[in-house]
Design a protein around this ligand. Structure first.
Ligand SMILES: C[S@@+](CC[C@H](N)C(=O)[O-])C[C@H]1O[C@@H](n2cnc3c(N)ncnc32)[C@H](O)[C@@H]1O
Length: 347
């Protein structure tokens, strides 16, 4: 069993895990809690889909879009309606399957591989390779359907994060090596609920997809740093795309990945404003909630007013931070998050 101090969920920059309950309540105040009402919520920059997970029991139609492959896998796993009971038996059998297969993960990301600072121990890398191959084999043989395939793959992604030699994201590898890397990889059941509803997971660029959807509430949490998330999460994409991965080329001490599409369409302030205006103008939704720090958002005020009436929502919550000054490891501090709620004209 993995010691509790390492059993953490995936770190994901600017995710809405801590604010999901607040946001879900805001959405339900707008559309009502009755699932028989035909309301539609969409997360256009879905990431790990925390807000949608909260809304799953209450909103009939949920759309989650994100450009990354791992995001669509994870969201399919958490949002699918029903997962067969025997999935836990399959998880157990994968855990017992001690792998000695050396595949892509061993080759690119283990200390025996080409990488300068390793991401996985050779044993865990072989185990990931073996489990990944087995999941595909079961899917091809019809032992599992697509939703179960995404479930098992997501469990593998989460397990890989727990034993990865990383600080925060996959582009900051620990050197010297963190002892977490030597924990045995173990697949765990996902913390999810079966629930009826229409859940659609999409992998498109937000700018292309916005014209194809309509609904009641649109939630926008676009990337706030200039880089695409696959720069940091290439390991997860490699596990998902396996074995159809192009040559993984890493460079530098921290194994940065060499990608053609480094920047998001939101990478400069000018591009951010331009593209957000495009999304706001084309959104066929009555309400739009925008997750945004005040600094980026202030220049958006004239644009927001052009498309309707907006208000600012403030959410205050506790976070645990390192208290270096007092030699205490963790202390509680309060954090403010701001969201913009726009009621779009003409809807
Ligand atoms: C701040 S995160 C969203 C976090 C999410 N709300 C959560 O709770 O996990 C921004 C997301 O936007 C995605 N993204 C970046 N550029 C995109 C684009 N052009 N179209 C769609 N998604 C994009 C990233 O992959 C990332 O998952």
């Amino acid at each position: 069993m993995i010691p509790w101090k390492y059993s953490k969920t995936m770190k994901y920059p600017n995710n809405n895990k801590k604010t999901a309950k607040f946001l879900a309540k805001t959405v339900l105040d707008l559309v009502g809690v009755d699932k028989s009402i035909d309301s539609t919520f969409c997360e256009l920059f879905g990431g790990l889909g925390y807000v949608s997970r909260e809304l799953k029991p209450y909103v009939k139609n949920i759309i989650i879009n994100d450009i990354e492959v791992y995001s669509s896998m994870i969201n399919t796993a958490y949002m699918s309606v029903w997962i067969p009971r025997h999935i836990e038996k399959l998880l157990m059998s994968l855990n017992k399957n001690i792998g000695f297969k050396t595949g892509l993960i061993y080759k690119y990301y283990s200390s025996e591989g080409k990488i300068t600072t390793p991401c996985f121990s050779p044993e865990n890398a072989m185990k990931i390779d073996t489990i990944r191959t087995q999941i595909t084999a079961w899917h091809k043989l019809g032992v599992i359907n697509f939703d179960s395939y995404c479930y098992l793959l997501t469990s593998l992604l989460e397990a890989s994060v727990r034993v990865a030699n990383i600080q925060h994201t996959f582009d900051s590898f620990n050197s010297p090596i963190h002892k977490r890397m030597y924990l045995p990889l173990e697949l765990l059941p996902l913390d999810r609920k079966d629930d009826s509803g229409n859940f659609h997971i999409q992998r498109s660029c937000a700018k292309d997809y916005i014209n194809k959807i309509e609904g009641d509430v649109l939630f926008l949490n676009p990337p706030k740093s200039g880089c695409n998330y696959h720069i940091n999460y290439h390991v997860l994409n490699t596990i998902c795309l396996y074995p159809k991965v192009e040559q993984v080329e890493m460079f530098g001490k921290f194994n940065k990945i060499n990608y053609k599409f480094k920047h998001t369409p939101f990478h400069t302030k000018r591009k951010y404003l331009e593209n957000m205006e495009f999304i706001l103008a084309n959104a066929k939704f009555k309400y739009i909630i925008l997750d945004c720090n005040k600094e980026i958002c202030e220049p958006l005020h004239p644009i927001l007013s052009k498309y309707g009436e907006f208000s600012i929502l403030e959410h205050l919550y506790n976070i645990r931070v390192r208290d270096v000054a007092r030699y205490r490891l963790k202390t509680t501090s309060q954090k403010h998050s701001y969201f913009y709620l726009l009621e779009k004209k003409g809807y």
